[in-house]
Ligand binder design. Structure first.
Ligand SMILES: Cc1cc2nc3c(=O)[nH]c(=O)nc-3n(C[C@H](O)[C@H](O)[C@H](O)COP(=O)(O)O)c2cc1C
Length: 409
């Protein structure tokens, strides 16, 4: 057996929940538990009932020096909320092996055993390492469930092709421990990459009043901005999310400031700017507002078949941020376009001077979608990303910001 990867040392001092589910590959989690413990992590093993059919909890207990948790209701003696305590305490959750069943339950938010409630209650990064018979893995149900987990920002260490316990040869074998260890090292590194940094993210549309009941708004769902806030929070940042009206809930641990109009958004950003180390402007801010919104509801019968609204230009928020930012505050602009988004982003970079512009082609119906195709444009050039879940775009953007800001503050 090969030695643990050096990167695993990064887990020293962390509280790692090792979820083990009912696959024949459960025995491989024993070695991972040993290596993590040796690397200095506190390893709390949470097994499903099926997992305990494959490996005895005592094996894990002897190697991690901690009792293994199996039963949700057995938790009640010493902790009032034992079903969520480990999730809240976790710095990292690794599920090795993850069965088709566990993946399905996580994808659909089931809370029917201790591993499920632990993951549901956690803010920590989650690494899922599937292992199953090749047809189970290829099944569209499993693939759709895996895609859901990926979209929500969980990391999937894809199974490998090879000989399976069923005697078949195909994809489904648990990834080599070295790959799982690399994923752990990467997740832990990223989880600290913005530690202590103050990050402001704007998200969603603005709504400019016409009268007390009508607004001019746009199709932004807010998903990208919320994903960025969530990724920055997962990287250890202190995040404030300034959000227009959306149907989304703020990610756990993120402070939210609710705004409606472009001018409210501008005020909120400028108020937070003196303290911010990074500002990500993902909101779709109205360029124009109604010059004289009515205090009373406009009546159809008064309009006589035609209404003219006079619009007046809103102050440019990005320009104001660039004028007032402290030196060193990293500013990200967004450019959503239907024509040539990269050319428009390059123009924005030149004319307004943010550190990075995310160019986004909105001709392809991205509003409300869970995936996006973007290009990062900076003075160093353009980096075109493939079509990715928004959570993954957000993760990569957060890594760009972390690299630019250097180590933790
Ligand atoms: C011998 C044997 C091996 C199994 N191996 C796997 C496996 O590798 N992957 C998997 O998804 N399910 C496997 N199963 C089926 C799971 O154990 C079963 O779906 C169980 O309900 C999973 O429960 P859990 O996800 O709560 O651990 C196996 C079952 C048996 C009897």
């Amino acid at each position: 057996m090969t030695a643990a990867r050096p990167g695993l040392e990064r887990s020293r001092g962390l509280f790692v929940v090792l979820g083990v589910s009912g696959s024949i590959a459960a025995y491989k989690a024993v070695e991972l538990a040993r290596r993590l413990t040796q690397a200095g992590a506190t390893v709390q093993v949470v097994m499903t009932r099926s997992a305990a059919e494959f490996v005895r909890p005592l094996t894990f207990q002897a190697l991690t020096y901690r009792p293994v948790e199996l039963e949700m209701f057995g938790q009640l003696d010493d902790r009032a909320a034992g079903h969520v305590a480990m999730g809240q305490q976790a710095d990292l959750i690794v599920i090795v092996p993850a069965t088709a069943h566990v993946i399905a339950r996580l994808a659909h938010g089931f809370a029917d055993d201790l591993l499920a409630t632990t993951v549901l209650a956690a803010h920590a990064p989650v690494i899922v390492c599937p292992a199953m018979e090749t047809h189970m893995w290829a099944n569209p149900a499993t693939q759709a469930n895996v895609a859901i987990l990926r979209e929500r920002g969980m990391r999937i260490v894809a199974p490998e092709a090879g000989e399976l316990a069923s005697g078949l040869v195909g994809q489904g074998r648990l990834a080599a421990l070295e790959r799982i260890e690399d994923a752990i090292a990467e997740a832990v590194g990223e989880a600290r990459s913005l530690a202590g940094r103050r990050v402001v993210v704007t998200a969603g549309p603005t709504a400019e009043p016409i009268d007390p009941v009508r607004v001019i708004s746009n199709r932004s769902s807010g998903k990208m901005g919320y994903a960025i806030a969530s990724a920055a929070q997962a990287a250890g940042a202190d995040v404030t999310l300034i959000s227009g009206p959306t149907a989304l809930a703020a990610p756990a641990g993120v402070r939210q400031v609710q705004i409606e109009t472009a001018s409210e958004l501008r005020e909120a950003v400028l108020a937070l700017l003196p303290d911010a180390e990074a500002v990500v402007m993902a909101a779709a801010v109205a360029d124009y507002r109604v010059a004289e919104p009515s205090d009373v509801k406009l009546k159809k019968r008064d309009a006589r078949g035609e209404v003219t609204l006079r619009l007046t230009e809103n102050a440019d928020v990005l320009k104001a941020v660039m004028a007032k930012r402290r030196p060193g505050t990293f500013v990200v602009g967004f450019k959503a376009e239907t024509g040539d988004p990269v050319a428009e982003a390059t123009r924005m970079l030149r004319e307004k001077g943010p550190d990075l512009v995310v160019a986004n082609d909105v001709s392809a119906g991205v509003f409300g979608a869970d995936t996006d195709t973007v290009t990062f444009v900076s003075v160093d050039g353009a980096e075109a990303l493939p079509r990715l879940p928004k959570a993954e775009v957000a993760r990569r953007l957060v890594q760009r910001i972390a690299q630019a800001l250097g180590g933790a503050s």
